[in-house]
Design a protein. Structure first.
Length: 202
């Protein structure tokens, strides 16, 4: 396949991964999606779901990898390529190398946990007995934009919830003072004990 055809095929596959990332977002997960291809055919897809499944290993790559291995009835997938919207972490990278993937293509880099060149490059370690070809930056802009928008909305949501809790606490405190003032005006004992001032005898 010539370079231009390869680029077009890579982008088409990555768009499928981006659709999967959107599914993760709709489920309340960090929007990362993956697709596994073999000879131009979709074998399996996956999206991030560790929160909804209570499974810390349920990254998009692992979910897709499990589906592909089950479908192909093999724990080795040497003819497969994986496309993912975010640079793989160490867990996913080692799983893909154990499965003998021939190629991994990712979109956005991950400067905090990415191990395909950002934090380190596990795929390039000469000591390992299998070396998967890596390509990064395919449709990086839309993948990065999706992640940034997700986290911006998440931060705004957390702030709104925090502000709402503070407002509720303030309202409850004000209502408590209103009750005390009302009881004092009526001449009844207050519902809450008031602090007594003890004068210092001379």
């Amino acid at each position: 396949m010539d370079p231009e055809s390869t680029r077009q095929a890579d982008e088409a596959a990555m768009r499928i991964a981006l659709d999967q990332a959107q599914n993760a977002w709709l489920a309340g997960e960090v929007p990362v999606g993956a697709v596994i291809m073999r000879q131009g055919q979709v074998i399996a897809t996956g999206y991030n779901r560790p929160i909804t499944t209570h499974d810390p290993t349920a990254h998009a790559e692992i979910v897709a990898l499990r589906h592909a291995a089950t479908l192909l009835e093999n724990y080795r997938l040497p003819e497969c390529e994986l496309f993912v919207t975010l640079e793989p972490c160490a867990m996913c990278a080692m799983a893909l190398m154990h499965a003998r993937f021939k190629r991994v293509v990712f979109a956005a880099t991950d400067p905090k946990t990415g191990v395909a060149g950002s934090v380190t490059d596990l795929f390039a370690l000469p000591q390992l007995n299998h070396h998967t070809h890596i390509l990064g930056g395919v449709l990086a802009e839309p993948a990065s934009a999706m992640l940034k928008q997700f986290f911006a909305e998440r931060r705004a949501q957390i702030k709104a919830e925090r502000d709402a809790r503070r407002a509720l606490a303030s309202q409850q405190a004000l209502r408590g003072m209103d009750v005390i003032e009302h009881e004092l005006l009526e001449g009844d004992e207050p519902l809450m004990p008031l602090p007594q001032v003890i004068e210092d005898p001379e």
